[in-house]
Design a protein around this ligand. Structure first.
Ligand SMILES: C[S@@+](CC[C@H](N)C(=O)[O-])C[C@H]1O[C@@H](n2cnc3c(N)ncnc32)[C@H](O)[C@@H]1O
Length: 274
């Protein structure tokens, strides 16, 4: 059974959100409905033909959709107005899980935990001695996530570090840690800084992969107007694609854009071997 879908206002593709907006303004919606249907049917087809999420992931999804985020923010309990649209969710979670398994990863680092959906998805694909270190700057999230991941046998593979991601990665580098998969899913305006620490301080294992969520950032990277997050994402994509140490692949297979980055000598080794 597929997990509960997010309301349409949280659709992760900005193009779909625009189409819904436009639909609300039109008198005759027939052609637009057909276009939306084509798109949404494809989404649903992908959901229906992807392995179901575990019951624990489904529970995190439901909790995230129902949590009183705006009230918590108004009461000063969270640092900012966290929103369900921030959650990676079903398709991306299952994709990450696949990637962790395919690469035989043992150690995963995530920047940007939110309610722990992607951290648990990764943990589910790790061997028993595997580890996900996930971090977030918002202290409110720690006990919430601990409560939900402790319901899963894979929850024990997850350690949470609270604090700014830049401090966390520098500390991990001081500890001489390295990771097979690094999932960047925090504040886009610092991605380039994070990348430089990751690459220059050896946090990416030689055969490791950096996976970058939301690499189009609402389409801002290829549009004229962008905010500081869009600027950060654009700078990151441009700089990384010019970094001779890595091979990159920026794809639309999830409509928000997923950037994959691997050491160049690993990619060319694979080519030469065939
Ligand atoms: C898009 S959400 C992460 C979603 C999560 N990976 C998932 O799949 O459900 C981004 C998270 O990054 C966190 N964040 C923002 N700025 C940060 C920073 N400087 N350091 C660490 N975390 C940060 C936010 O608090 C938020 O929870």
């Amino acid at each position: 059974m597929a997990q509960q879908p997010a309301p349409r206002r949280y659709h992760r593709d900005p193009m779909v959100r625009k189409m819904w907006e436009l639909r609300d303004q039109l008198k005759d919606t027939k052609t637009l409905d057909e276009a939306l249907e084509l798109y949404l049917k494809r989404d649903k087809y992908c959901d229906d033909h992807t392995s179901p999420a575990s019951s624990e992931l489904q529970e995190i999804n439901q909790m995230t959709l129902a949590h009183p985020w705006s009230e918590l923010y108004a009461q000063g309990k969270t640092l900012w107005n966290l929103m369900p649209g921030m959650m990676s969710g079903f398709l991306e979670g299952q994709f990450l899980k696949f990637l962790v398994s395919m690469s035989n990863a043992k150690k995963v680092l995530e920047l940007g935990m939110y309610t722990g959906y992607s951290a648990l998805a990764c943990a589910e694909a790790l061997p028993v001695n595997g580890e996900v270190i996930t971090c977030d700057v918002d202290p409110y999230l720690e006990s919430l996530v601990k409560k939900y991941i402790s319901k899963s046998i894979h929850g024990r593979k997850i350690s949470i570090r609270i604090g700014p991601a830049l401090d966390t990665i520098n500390k991990l580098a001081d500890e001489k840690q390295s990771f097979d998969i690094i999932f960047l899913d925090a504040n886009k305006d610092q991605y380039w800084e994070y990348y430089q620490v990751i690459m220059d301080r050896g946090l990416l294992a030689p055969r490791g992969t950096i996976v970058v969520d939301n690499a189009f950032f609402q389409g801002q990277v290829y549009h004229e107007t962008r905010d500081s997050m869009g600027e950060g994402m654009k700078k990151f994509n441009e700089n990384v694609s010019r970094d001779p140490r890595v091979n990159t692949s920026l794809r639309t297979f999830l409509p928000i854009g997923v950037q994959m980055i691997r050491m160049v000598f690993i990619m060319s080794h694979v080519c030469c071997a065939h």
